[in-house]
Structure formats: C-alpha cells, structure tokens
Design a protein around this ligand. Structure first.
Ligand code: UD1
Ligand code: CA
Length: 462
C-alpha cells in the first residue's frame, strides 16, 4: 500500500462570516490548515494534495514545500473536492487519506491509528468516527448488524431516528484509491444542499470499516468562530500541558497564551497574563510575567521579565526587564544587563551589566558594558529625515535627563552632566556637560515679596 493524502480546503466557510478562507484562520499562531498538514506529515502520509478554491492564492502561499495543490473552481461539495484532489495525486499512491481541512485538533497518532485499522480491516474504506453527547450538525454513522458502516447520513438529510445516533463522521477517511474513484464517479447531488457528498461514497463501498476516536475532541471541526474558540482553548491546553510536563511552572495555566513552537527551559515560572508568540525561546530558571508579551525573541537563563513587551529581540542570561519596559525589534541585551521601568529600547544593544533603569528612550544605540544610563535619558536618533546612531562606551555614567543628539559618541569611562543636550562627541574619560550655568540671586525671595506688597492698593498695610 502506497499512501497519499488529499486535504479538502476549498470550501466557502460561509458560517465563519469572514473574508478570509476558513482554513487560514489562526490557532495558536498558525493557520488551521498547518495543524492538519502536521498531523498528516507526522503520520507519514506521503504525497499530499490540498484542494483549494476560496482564497486559493492565500492558502497556496502558506503550504510547506512538497505539498501540491489542486484547484476546485466551483465548490460543488466534499465528494467533488475529493475527485479534484485525486486527479492531482501521484499515480503510484494506491491508498488515500482524505481529511477535511477544518480539523485542527487532529493528531498524527490518530491518523496513524486509522491507517493501521484500514490495513488490518482490508476493506475499501475506513472511516474515523466519534461518539458525541451532542452530535449536532455532524453526519451520522449508520452501522449494520455486523457492526460495519453501511452509510453516513448528513444531519440535514437525516430522519429523526438517524438524528438520534450519537456516532458521527469524524471527517477523516482512508480509501483504496481505485475503489474511491469509481464510487465518486457515480455520486449524484440529490440532497438538502444539492452537493456531491464524499460520505455518500461509503454507501457504495459498504461495508466500510471504522475506528472510533478514543478522544472525540480530536475530531472537532471548525465551522463557526465559536468552534474556532473552542479549538483554540483545547490547543492552548495541549501546549501548556507540554510545557508543564517539560519542567515549566505555570501557577495559573489558563492565563498563559502560547503559540506553537515556543520553547521554555526547565524551572522557569510563567505567571498569568503572559503571551509567548512566534519563534520565541526562553531559557531555564527565568521568571516571566505577570503581564508580558514576548514575540520572536529569546531570553537567556535566569532572567526576569515583568510587565513588558519584547518584540524581535535577544535578552541574555541574568537580565532584568521591566516592569513597564518595551523592547522593539533589533535589541540585544548582553548577560546581566537591565532595562527598567518606563524604558523603551529600539535597535539597541546593551553590553554586559549595562543598565537603563528608569524613564528612557534609547534607540539605534550601542551601550557598552557596565554603563549606567541615568534616569530620563533620550537618544534623539531622528533628524526628521534619517535615523542616526548613538554610541555610548563602556563604564559610562550619564546624568539624569540627558539627550544624545545622534550621530554622537560618548567614550569609555566618560560622564555627562545631568540635563545636558549632548551634540558633540565626548572623549574617553571626559565629562560632557551642556546646560546653562545656574545663577544664584541672594535675598531674592524677600525683595520679590516686598515689591509685590508695594504694588497692592493698600500699600501693603492691610
Ligand atoms: C463534513 C461531513 C460530515 C462530517 C463533518 C466532520 C460532508 C458532506 N459532510 O460536514 O459528515 O460529520 O464534515 O467535520 O462531507 N470543502 C471543499 N470543497 C467543497 C466543500 C467543502 O474543499 O466543495 C472542504 C471545506 O473547505 C472543509 C471540508 O471540505 O474543509 C468539509 O466541508 P464542510 O462544509 O465543513 O463539511 P461539514 O458540513 O462540516
Ligand atoms: Ca466542517
């Protein structure tokens, strides 16, 4: 048996109420379709064809290499979509997995189990089913006296007796290819939706084998945004469980949002209100959260991130970020460095043990090791036309409320006076100070009061 796979993903997805193709709606950061393709690939599905139609270009653009597409120009139903897909499947595949593209909770284990069942049963068709407390709109599985599947009837076409059946079509099938092609060629559209139904092929190939999913949740289909949210929650549960079993502490798991592929090291604690997105990697023994968003970033071991947003940045080991810090793309914080409260960094590197503790904007800058940036410093990196860099050396101490008008350089071991607007380079070890000198007027307060009193109508007597 040489296996291939056809994914049905061309449907209109009308019930989503969306301009986007249904299978492109995201779950835990990835399109719904990516989850289905992963399950297939994980089960060794072989050559895979995705049937596209609605939003075909957008769907085709998200496919991994090696996956083929077949265009279903008119959405005439799942049976028709299967025909279109089969036409593009490598001829050498003599068995085919057919799966609805809207089953994001499908697992590789379940796909493999169904393929095994198909091989064992030796029938032309094997169907994945699920027993549901509320079978709702799913197709009902009608089994014969021998326990094998006679047919599937869609909920809309079912009579009350059939509607009472609690075993439903899970939307995943294995067929002998030639038998399926023959069965599909003979199908009509005489049903409530006037469509060619793939499940109708089962009646023609009956009796068919079936495998009931041990966990019915894996067969949940997404037709509406409500179901999308249900699947998201279940995927989140799955991802959070994986982290916890991998040695990460989540004191309040429901408050942590994860995207697929995020990695977290042992003994890290993730507090609620934390979102870890994209290609994000957190080291061991970190404290992350509460109230943190980290996207496409890395955080080294033993670092603390509280109430902060990190986008496209690298944070080293033993760093402290936040509370209330914003790291925009292109930042690199070396080990032991710190971005503190009300601090925004952009495209900036902080050397080892460098600190930007309070109320600062540092953009397009290089800050050397062990340097301390005073409270309220700003790099004026934009002259209204172009961005320029600020270079601050190692072991520098900048005074509070300094502005660095880029391009400008402050040398190693230098200092700047509080309130300075630094427009010229400060050499190594020098002090840069740029502010008006303070004038002291002795006795001013008393004289001012006397002047004010003299101006009053009563001459100051009343
Ligand atoms: C389908 C099954 C139902 C089963 C359920 C499981 C049919 C007729 N019914 O119902 O028995 O219980 O899945 O989730 O198959 N598609 C196309 N082209 C089309 C029509 C649909 O590619 O012309 C794709 C859709 O994009 C979707 C998949 O096929 O990914 C299933 O279609 P959908 O309309 O969601 O079928 P259900 O009503 O859920
Ligand atoms: Ca569906």
């Amino acid at each position: 048996m040489i296996l291939g796979a056809v994914v049905l993903a061309a449907g209109l997805g009308t019930r989503m109420g969306s301009r986007r193709p249904k299978v492109m709606h995201r779950l835990a950061g990835r399109p719904m379709l990516a989850w289905v393709l992963d399950a297939l690939a994980g089960a060794g599905a072989g050559h895979t064809v995705v049937v596209i139609g609605r939003g075909a270009e957008e769907v085709a653009a998200c496919l991994p290499p090696g996956v083929s597409t077949a265009l279903q120009e008119e959405q005439l139903g799942t049976g028709h979509a299967a025909q279109v897909g089969l036409a593009a499947l490598e001829p050498r595949c003599d068995a085919v997995l057919i799966v609805n593209g809207d089953l994001p909770l499908m697992t590789a284990e379940l796909v493999r189990a169904l393929v095994d069942e198909h091989a064992r049963g030796g029938r032309a068709a094997t169907l994945l089913t699920a027993r549901l407390d509320d079978p709702g709109p799913y197709g009902r599985v009608v089994r014969g006296a021998d326990g094998l599947v006679e047919r599937v009837v869609e909920a809309r076409d079912a009579d009350p007796g059939e509607l009472a059946i609690d075993e439903v079509n899970g939307g995943l099938y294995v067929f002998s290819r030639s038998a399926l092609e023959e069965a599909l060629a003979g199908l009509g559209r005489d049903n409530a939706q006037g469509e060619v139904y793939l499940p109708d092929a089962l009646a023609r190939l009956a009796p068919a084998a079936a495998l009931a999913a041990p966990d019915p949740a894996a067969t949940l289909g997404v037709n509406t945004r409500v179901e999308l949210a249900v699947c998201e929650r279940l995927l989140q549960d799955r991802l959070r469980r994986e982290l916890m079993l991998g040695g990460v502490t989540l004191p309040d798991p429901a408050g942590v949002y994860l995207e697929a592929g995020v990695q977290v090291g042992e003994d890290t604690v993730i507090w609620p209100g934390t979102h870890l997105r994209g290609a994000t990697e957190i080291g061991a023994g970190c404290e992350i959260g509460p109230d943190v968003v980290i996207s496409d970033s890395s955080v080294g071991a033993g670092s603390t991130v509280v109430s902060a947003h990190l986008l496209g940045s690298e944070v080293g080991e033993g760093c402290r970020v936040g509370p209330f810090a914003y790291l925009r793309p292109g930042c690199r914080l070396e080990d032991g460095s710190r971005a503190g409260t009300y601090v925004e960094l952009k495209n900036t590197s902080l050397g080892r043990d460098a600190r930007v503790p309070h109320l600062s904007y540092v953009g397009d800058a290089t800050v050397g090791e062990d340097t301390n940036i005073g409270a309220g410093n700003i790099t004026a990196n934009y002259d209204g036309f172009r961005k320029h860099r600020t270079e601050i050396g190692a072991r520098v101490k900048t005074g509070s409320d300094c502005v660095f008008v880029a391009p400008v350089r402050v040398g190693d071991g230098a200092m700047t006076g509080a309130g300075s607007i630094i427009t010229h380079d400060v050499p190594d070890g020098a002090l840069g100070i740029a502010r008006a000198r303070q004038t002291v007027v002795e006795g001013y307060a008393e004289k001012a009061a006397a002047r004010a009193a003299a101006r009053r109508p009563d001459g100051g007597s009343g």
